[in-house]
Write a protein that binds this ligand. Structure first.
Ligand SMILES: Cc1cc2nc3c(=O)[nH]c(=O)nc-3n(C[C@H](O)[C@H](O)[C@H](O)COP(=O)(O)O)c2cc1C
Length: 170
């Protein structure tokens, strides 16, 4: 899939089919994450690829706004460096966007999980200090019974300006 098409057609996916995700696809997704921009090129991230169904199920139970992680065939846990990383959140968010688009371009959907039990998940995965969970991205093929939803985008003229604020025409 072409880059602009993947960026524009991507939607969050919270339902997953039971179909396994090919390991090489997950590798490409993680690689897209590693290639994100980062302030001073600090790359303040780590990625844990989880495919163990028992672990995924437990992780989903620890995500208050991401129970769907339990149903995914794979997830990438993004860890951020909590030391000396003023821009770590911004950097990790860019890695997440790269990974979401790389997944989508390969037929895989995901959804950002914003609320989770950081300590319990770090302990479960053996993530040491100074790493903390930034987010968890479940990845999988779409469940035909719960396809990705389309979302309303605010009109372009409300947010794009040419030369001066308030001028919507190029
Ligand atoms: C920082 C951030 C946190 C989010 N947290 C959650 C979450 O905890 N649970 C969830 O179901 N969706 C979460 N989302 C997904 C958004 O609801 C979704 O991206 C938004 O509705 C737009 O839909 P789209 O990505 O399909 O365009 C989060 C998205 C972002 C960027």
């Amino acid at each position: 899939m072409e880059a602009i098409e993947a960026i524009k057609s991507r939607r969050v996916q919270r339902g997953f089919s039971a179909r396994e995700v090919e390991p090489d696809k997950l590798e490409r997704i993680v690689d897209a994450g590693r290639h994100a921009m980062s302030a001073r090129n600090l790359q303040p991230w780590q990625f844990i690829v989880v495919r163990d169904r028992t672990c995924l199920k437990k992780m989903g139970e620890l995500c208050s706004t991401g129970r769907f992680v339990s149903d995914a065939p794979a997830a990438i846990v993004v860890l951020k460096n909590t030391e000396n990383a003023r821009w770590a959140d911004v950097d990790c968010a860019q890695a997440v966007q790269n990974m979401a688009v790389a997944g989508w371009a390969q037929g895989l959907g995901t959804c950002w999980v914003g609320n989770f039990d950081n300590l319990k998940i770090c302990e479960m995965l053996g993530a040491p200090v100074p790493w903390a969970i930034f987010t968890i991205l479940p990845f999988g093929y779409s469940d035909p019974k719960r396809p990705p939803e389309s979302r309303p985008l605010r009109p372009k003229k409300e947010m794009v300006h040419y030369e001066r604020y308030g001028n919507p025409t190029a």
